[in-house]
Design a protein around this ligand. Structure first.
Ligand SMILES: [Zn+2]
Ligand SMILES: [Zn+2]
Length: 147
């Protein structure tokens, strides 16, 4: 794990560091049991992870758009509750291309009661939380298919 803190900003060298960051959010957050790197499914085996992302932390919504093919995917029911948030851009370096990882809390190993999205700037490596959602114990496969 290569997470570093530079002047109060956490950075990670790659998407694995972002996964590690979500696994260790600390006592104020529910435990994250599994993480998944969000990627575009339109490219065969390639599954590119570079994406634009719009998220509303207050509403608990997010939508990502593949950098290569512009395919958009809304997280869970975000489209129904869409508030037109501005596109994420890095608070350190100002650019908008990110990698996104979802972390899920699965206390019984089958049902998800909390989801958190984290983002990593592909330019400077800044990592941070994007948004999170409390879920009513949704089955894990159903959640994973709607990210
Ligand atoms: Zn794509
Ligand atoms: Zn940056």
């Amino acid at each position: 794990m290569v997470l570093r803190t530079v002047a109060g900003v956490r950075t990670g060298e790659d998407v694995e560091d972002l996964r590690a960051y979500l696994m260790k959010l600390g006592d104020s957050a529910p435990p994250v049991h599994e993480t998944v790197v969000l990627a575009c499914d339109n490219h065969g085996d390639e599954r590119p992870t570079w994406t634009y992302v719009e998220a509303d932390a207050r509403a608990g919504t997010a939508r990502r758009r593949c950098l290569q093919c512009a395919n958009s995917v809304s997280v869970l029911d975000s489209a129904e509750r869409w508030t037109h948030p501005t596109m994420w851009c890095c608070a350190t370096c100002g650019q908008s291309i990110a990698e996104v990882v979802a972390g899920v809390s699965v206390p019984d190993g089958e049902h998800v009661d909390w989801l958190v999205l984290g983002v990593r700037c592909v330019e400077c490596g800044r990592v941070e939380g994007l948004t999170d959602l409390v879920l009513p114990g949704l089955p894990l496969p159903a959640v994973l298919s709607q990210l």
